[in-house]
Design a protein around this ligand. Structure first.
Ligand code: SIN
Length: 290
């Protein structure tokens, strides 16, 4: 935790994880427009810590949308039906009797298969189960920095192939699903398309480099054979999810979490069968990875 005297912030209080990856922010009331200074400090803390939690924020959907727009324009959420009357809000609801695997149960960076994947995702907890339901985050910048210089040089020119096919494609996980699910998934041939992004991207705000790949959406490395791709990606995925690079987020009700998809990947843990979990999610548009 940062000591008050060392804090670079005047309008918010920030308690960071010892690693610097992940922090809690108190002070702002996200239901109202933030002052220019407060917004600048929230953005600075978010750039510094990548995953920031705001406890005790009992927001309406309109207020969640309004705060999202203070961070940036809405991103585009494909393959999932939005909430009626709120085209930019997804309701992540899992009922106590649902047997389908919980949504997000695989390491990924949101919508990385888009030309311009979202910079931020905001997730607000409405109902939190008494057990399970944590969200894990991987610090893809620190994971990159821990690689040898030889490995960094090898990765520098590579482009990774991203696609939604394994999840939302016509032969993907959701197409084969038989269990009922509250979330309305839209399986589509659009999901079988792919594109490439730099395997290592540079954060447009901090200038830090980060691995920009994930087991869910990265299907290969451009120009390499399947075997070569899987060997390199397999090594990198194992490397990235080592304990020192992980922040485990424990939810409390009415908490808003904002993460940076440009330098993190995340994994929604289950373990709460028999309990309701209800969250609302928005995304903020991002740049083309470079
Ligand atoms: C997700 O956006 O991947 C879901 C995260 C969560 O429900 O914890």
């Amino acid at each position: 935790m940062l000591k008050e005297a060392e804090s670079p912030y005047r309008t918010i209080r920030v308690s960071a994880e010892p690693s610097g990856f992940g922090a809690e922010i108190v002070g702002p009331d996200l239901a109202r427009p933030l002052s220019k200074d407060q917004l600048a400090e929230v953005k600075a803390a978010w750039a510094r810590h990548a995953v920031v939690a705001f406890p005790d924020q009992p927001l309406t959907l309109d207020e969640l949308e309004a705060f999202t727009l203070q961070i940036g324009a809405f991103g585009h959420d494909p393959f999932i039906a939005p909430m009626p009357g709120h085209p930019n809000v997804l309701e992540l609801r899992r009922e106590p009797d649902e047997k389908a695997t919980n949504f997000g149960a695989g390491w990924h960076s949101d919508w990385s298969f888009q030309e311009q994947p979202p910079a931020a995702t905001l997730l607000r907890s409405e109902v939190v189960p008494p057990v399970g339901g944590d969200t894990l985050f991987c610090d893809c910048a620190r994971a990159y920095e821990a690689l040898s210089e030889v490995m960094k040089t090898m990765l520098a020119p590579l482009r990774a192939v991203h696609s939604a096919t394994r999840a939302y494609g016509v032969k993907g996980v959701f197409a084969r699903e038989t269990e009922k699910r509250s979330l309305q998934i839209i399986v589509s041939p659009e999901a079988d398309k792919s594109l490439t992004h730099p395997l290592v991207r540079t954060h447009p705000v901090t200038g830090r480099k980060a691995l920009f790949i994930s087991p869910v959406y990265t299907t290969g490395i451009a120009g390499m054979t399947e075997k070569e791709s899987q060997a390199i990606l397999g090594f990198l995925f194992q490397h990235m999810i080592q304990e020192p690079f992980i922040y485990r987020h424990k939810w409390r009700e009415k908490m808003l979490l904002m993460w940076d998809n440009r330098c993190t990947m995340h994994f929604a843990e289950g373990g709460y069968d028999g309990h309701l979990r209800l969250m609302h999610r928005t995304t903020v548009a991002g740049d083309r990875p470079a």
